[in-house]
Design a protein around this ligand. Structure first.
Ligand code: SF4
Length: 325
């Protein structure tokens, strides 16, 4: 009777084995998130923007984002505020990594590269808009140009002026000199990306602008291109500290954190106490839990679960205005 599905019990009675379903039931996928300070910032600012940024593009068909009203295209747009920060951060990384190899880029060259990055990005955006969609990873698609905003040339001249000031200060200011000199030495980390496991469903990611050992302390410096004290970023400082403790085996009291404000020539030192370290870790945990709850709706493309902020000032800078409902 082997394989018939019939069994006998101890007393010889017949037991009928229940038929097993032949089709396998698919397990629901385990949702996970990669928490970052900027992702958390987007969710706090506007949940609908968070949906577009992290989930909306997945619902569109694969391939290059040629359609200019697609979420995947809009995600690539940068506004004037983002662009100046991106250009200056990438040029500082280039300067420091080249210096570590023995080549010192002069200030004029860095400023020229910044200027060309802006002017070439304007042309690149205009061409992209007219159907020349070849992607260039070294240039930026500019939101104001794409939206044909009045006076975008003036806006981007201001961006050129701002990047020039930021680079002047980075290169020449005495307050940044100890960081720049330490960053030029081999072994210093420049724009070091990291990922840390929070649990089996959540990773914490970040990027340390500059980090190095000095006199038995581990120094981490965050280049800021905005105004002094433009918001609470203690969770971001926590991620840097955590990365240092995890990968460099540094005790908490040996981690020194600095924020270097390139526009206003100011450096501020921070240290996290043990209590602040754990409080911020709990705050990240809670923020990640909210992201995990939202992930289910996001993966299903249920944009209605993500409330739009509808705040004029925030919407004016948002690349998704055109499609936001
Ligand atoms: S346009 Fe405004 S409401 Fe819509 S996603 Fe952007 S920021 Fe949010």
């Amino acid at each position: 009777m082997k394989g018939s599905g019939v069994q006998m019990d101890l007393f010889g009675s017949t037991l009928f084995k229940e038929e097993q379903p032949t089709t396998k039931v698919a397990k629901p996928p385990t949702l996970s998130v990669e928490w970052s300070f900027s992702r958390r910032g987007t969710l706090e600012t506007c949940p609908r923007k968070y949906y577009y940024q992290y989930y909306g593009g997945k619902q569109e068909k694969r391939g290059s984002p040629k359609e200019l009203d697609s979420i995947r295209f809009m995600k690539m747009l940068s506004n004037q505020h983002l662009v100046s920060g991106k250009i200056v951060h990438s040029l500082i990384r280039l300067f420091l990594t080249k210096a570590q190899e023995g080549t010192i880029y002069p200030l004029d060259l860095l400023k020229k590269m910044a200027r060309e990055s802006v002017t070439n990005s304007i042309v690149y955006t205009e061409n992209y808009q007219q159907g020349d969609e070849k992607k260039n990873p070294y240039l930026h698609l500019l939101q104001e140009v794409f939206e044909e905003r009045e006076n975008y040339e003036v806006t981007y001249q201001e961006v050129i002026d701002k990047t020039s000031t930021l680079l002047d200060n980075f290169y020449q200011s005495e307050v940044f000199k100890p960081f720049v000199e330490a960053g030029k030495k081999p072994g210093a980390f420049a724009e070091k990306k990291f990922k840390l496991p929070l649990d089996d469903r959540t990773k914490v990611s970040g990027e340390a602008d500059l980090a190095f050992w000095q006199d038995g302390q581990f120094v981490i410096c965050d280049w800021k291109t905005g105004k002094v004290d433009d918001g609470d970023d203690s969770m971001q400082l926590l991620t840097y500290t955590w990365w240092a403790m995890d990968t460099q085996n540094v005790p908490l009291d040996k981690v020194k954190l600095y924020k270097a404000y390139l526009l206003e020539n100011e450096v501020k030192e921070f240290r996290l106490s043990e209590r602040e370290f754990y409080m911020n870790k709990i705050a990240i945990r809670q923020s990640a839990d909210v992201m995990l709850e939202m992930a289910e709706f996001g993966e299903e493309g249920d944009w209605s679960a993500f409330t739009p902020c509808n705040q004029q000032k925030i919407c004016a800078l948002c690349p998704f205005q055109k499609i936001c409902q």
